[in-house]
Ligand binder design. Structure first.
Ligand SMILES: NC(=O)c1ccc[n+]([C@@H]2O[C@H](COP(=O)([O-])OP(=O)(O)OC[C@H]3O[C@@H](n4cnc5c(N)ncnc54)[C@H](OP(=O)(O)O)[C@@H]3O)[C@@H](O)[C@H]2O)c1
Length: 185
């Protein structure tokens, strides 16, 4: 059993869509800031967090924003050598989630670990014994999507209140959403 806890973080719309054509189906600035804050903030200023993502999610991040700043970026691919040749120094490329977890465990400077998508990585992480919490932004609208958040097993994951997470409805333009947290029992 590994020592680390995985947190998942995602934004999904009513039909559980998370992406379309290799990008996000919506533009929500405050939601994006929430993602940045949650995945970056550390209690110990000497430490840093890690973000684990699939190769397509890596590709979906605009060049000027990647690697995601102030976080150890870990990219999963079946083609480690090819992808490794294309990413900047410091980005870690691994062939699977277990390798990503081992890497994090070998780096004591990593405080928390965030799985940031996409679909199959969320699914593998949710089924992994190390998965503790799911931070899910629930957008109160449907969008056309081709990529979806996996079903959350509500027997295993329960909606909880977290003091530091705003519970009230968030509104950006004509889109509203809630920041939800599910915790594994
Ligand atoms: N709304 C949100 O919160 C959110 C979050 C993340 C992403 N997105 C959106 O979701 C879409 C991208 O997600 P996606 O689900 O299509 O792709 P993805 O999970 O980001 O990437 C899939 C790729 O990751 C690699 N991979 C996946 N599982 C692996 C495993 N077990 N071992 C080794 N490699 C593995 C493979 O790369 P290779 O093909 O290189 O082998 C696979 O093709 C985009 O539209 C993005 O904007 C949305």
């Amino acid at each position: 059993m590994s020592k680390i806890k995985l947190n998942l973080i995602a934004a999904a719309c009513e039909n559980m869509g998370i992406g379309s054509n290799g990008t996000l189906p919506w533009k929500l600035k405050k939601e994006m800031s929430y993602f940045t804050t949650m995945t970056t903030k550390v209690k110990d200023p000497e430490k840093i967090n890690a973000v684990i993502m699939g190769r397509k999610t890596w590709d979906s991040i605009p060049l000027k924003y990647r690697p995601l700043a102030d976080r150890v970026n870990v990219v999963l691919t079946n083609n480690v050598e090819t992808v490794m040749a294309t990413v900047p120094d410091g980005v870690i490329v691994v062939p699977g989630l277990d390798e990503a977890i081992s890497l994090v465990e070998s780096r004591p400077e990593i405080e928390s670990t965030w799985v940031i998508g996409g679909s199959s990585i969320y699914k593998a992480a949710m089924n992994h014994p190390s998965c503790g919490k799911i931070y899910l932004t629930e957008i109160q609208r449907s969008f056309d999507c081709d990529t979806f958040f996996p079903n959350i097993d509500k027997q295993q994951f329960h909606l909880v209140d977290e003091e530091e997470i705003p519970g009230e409805r968030q509104v950006e333009g004509d889109i509203s959403y809630y920041f939800r947290v599910y915790r594994r029992l």
